[in-house]
Design a protein around this ligand. Structure first.
Ligand code: FAD
Ligand code: FES
Length: 505
């Protein structure tokens, strides 16, 4: 809809022009505003998501919430609050007035401030890790009105950053440096969040309730959140010098690849999963020739199945990526990369995207209960009192599959950080979000809701090859996960359907 067609909501609209459950995009004083009706109630909110500016008019309204079509952030229609990550900031709300058969959107409402907590404890919160889960937890502690000391200790040299962007727009050269930090420096100082960078916690004493960093500094805590994420698996490559092999986890890593790509003509990417292929796409945008080497026969088959995997391969081939599948890198000699099948490729450098391992050394040293990650209960508490864990390291009891799962998804990490923060403040809120992740390859977004490690049936609705599909991964008739391409509303509906059985309990 262009500006000429959008009604000025200040002038009022007939009630009948918005059916129950309907949405209407208009303007108020030049700003785009979304007017929604739920039964007899009307809500007017800002039209765009505070994460990446997704159009909420294309989103899903569930009860008194609106959900963003792009990465499933969720906002309260009553207060505008960002209830669920990946958006962390509220949307604007307007006052709505009904007069007879007409509805008017009036003035802007004041943003909802932090809540007043009545709980005086914990005495302090220490967060180990400056990533998705850590930042979302610190943010939520302050949003909940917690006024005690919050210290975030991070081994990174940069403040918490938009990690998914590091393999996508930033690496492709279409996002600027300023977009990458999740928060500006003053955000931490204004909220009295003590952010300590370049500092690795090396020991945890759960009896004395303190952590110690590599430089010998000790921090006592009332409650502790472990949010140490994951580290890329390092693959030794015979003959390669350290400067020839690159990994991608941090902002510094991404900047290093950008710097190398500037003077490179051809690159080998080892690994055909999400990170490897996103790197391939971004380097192609920079017009660097890319060869992908991976042991599997179909990219991403394990996660997405063979049809979607084959589509992803073709998509990359259409953009000039050359695949060498069923192979590994055998050795490197200068710029000559020899594959296990005997073929050689010239490469200026190699990017290794062969998976990650959860960073759990600290938890192991402290004797926390482990199971291919840190075991947490439904409240994200570990086996040690007052110690919580969230994000890539946490294996939690997922009520949707009935299994203990651990995933490596941005939105899950942030949502777990948010839940852990509320539970640190005694909310006793179970973590029951349906897992969600997205991946972007050129102009094609792939959205995934749910969790399916194994399935017996894949149902395809639509046309995968024409980038218009909903793919359902089922076991014994139950839908465990849904992938969509350019069907955002179906992805949101699938998430709501998966949530529904729990809400009835
Ligand atoms: C390039 C890239 C692109 C991605 N794209 C997507 C995507 O499109 N969609 C998606 O869903 N997911 C994506 N992911 C995965 C997503 O980023 C992770 O799942 C998410 O960041 C996990 O959050 P976390 O808080 O658990 O860990 P992280 O965000 O990794 O943060 C961990 C933090 O802990 C710090 N740390 C570790 N050990 C210590 C220690 N001992 N002491 C102090 N600090 C420590 C680290 O320095 C870091 O600051 C991507 C990941 C990468 C690397
Ligand atoms: S743009 Fe709305 S969740 Fe990402």
């Amino acid at each position: 809809m262009n500006d000429v067609q959008k009604p000025d909501l200040k002038n009022g609209l007939p009630l009948a022009s918005i059916p129950d459950g309907g949405k209407l995009l208009g303007t108020v004083d030049g700003e785009e505003v979304l007017l929604m009706r739920r039964g007899t109630e009307f809500f007017a909110v800002g039209a765009y998501c505070t994460h990446y500016h997704g159009p909420l008019a294309d989103g899903l309204v569930v009860n008194d919430e609106v959900r963003c079509p792009w990465h499933h952030a969720c906002f309260s229609l009553r207060t505008g609050e960002a209830l669920r990550a990946p958006a962390l900031d509220a949307i604007q709300c307007w006052r709505v007035e009904r007069k007879g058969d007409t509805v008017f959107v009036r003035d802007k409402l004041a943003p909802a401030g932090p809540r007043k907590t009545t709980s005086e404890h914990p005495t302090s919160v220490v967060i180990v890790g400056g990533g998705a889960a850590g930042l979302a937890a610190a943010d939520m502690l302050r949003r909940q009105g917690y006024s005690g000391p919050v210290t975030m200790i991070s081994a990174d040299s940069d403040p918490p950053c938009d990690r998914p962007n590091l393999s996508k727009d930033f690496l492709a050269g279409t996002a600027q440096d300023e977009w990458i930090p999740l928060r500006a420096p003053e955000w931490y100082s204004e909220r009295k969040i003590d952010l300590i960078l370049n500092s690795r916690v090396t020991s945890l004493d759960t009896k004395q309730k303190k952590v110690v960093t590599a430089d010998g500094k000790s921090y006592s805590y009332g409650a502790l959140l472990l949010a140490t994420g994951a580290d890329p698996i390092k693959l030794p490559v015979e003959g390669a010098t350290p400067s020839q092999t690159m990994y991608l986890r941090s902002f510094a890593d991404s900047k290093a690849i950008v710097a190398k790509a500037a003077s490179s003509k051809q690159v080998v990417v080892v690994g055909a999963s999400f990170i490897g292929l996103e790197v391939a796409a971004s380097l192609r945008t920079r017009e660097v020739a890319v060869h992908v080497v991976a042991p599997e026969q179909v990219p991403m088959e394990k996660v997405l199945g063979s049809r979607v995997g084959a589509f992803v391969r073709t998509l990359h081939e259409e953009h000039g990526v050359k695949f060498h599948l069923g192979q590994t890198v055998k050795k490197v000699d200068g710029k000559k990369v020899t594959l296990s099948g005997g073929e050689t490729i010239e490469a200026d450098f190699i990017v290794l995207g062969v998976g990650v391992r959860p960073s759990v050394a600290l938890a192991e040293q402290a004797g926390l209960e482990m199971d291919r990650g840190i075991v947490v209960n439904e409240y994200l508490q570990t086996s040690a009192p007052g110690v919580f864990a969230a994000g890539d390291i946490a294996r939690w009891p997922d009520p949707h599959t009935g299994e203990r799962i651990r995933v490596e998804h941005w939105v899950v990490a942030e949502r777990q950080g948010q839940t852990a923060a509320r539970n640190i403040l005694d909310a006793r809120e179970r973590f029951d979000a349906v897992p969600f992740f997205w991946s972007q390859h050129y102009d094609v977004p792939i959205n995934y809701v749910g969790h399916a490690e194994k399935w017996d049936t894949i149902d395809v609705d639509g046309d995968v090859e024409n980038k218009d599909c909903t793919v359902r991964y089922k076991r014994e008739g139950k839908t465990l996960a849904v992938v969509t391409i350019y069907r955002d509303l179906e992805s949101l509906s699938a998430e709501a359907e998966m949530e529904a059985p729990l809400q009835k309990q």
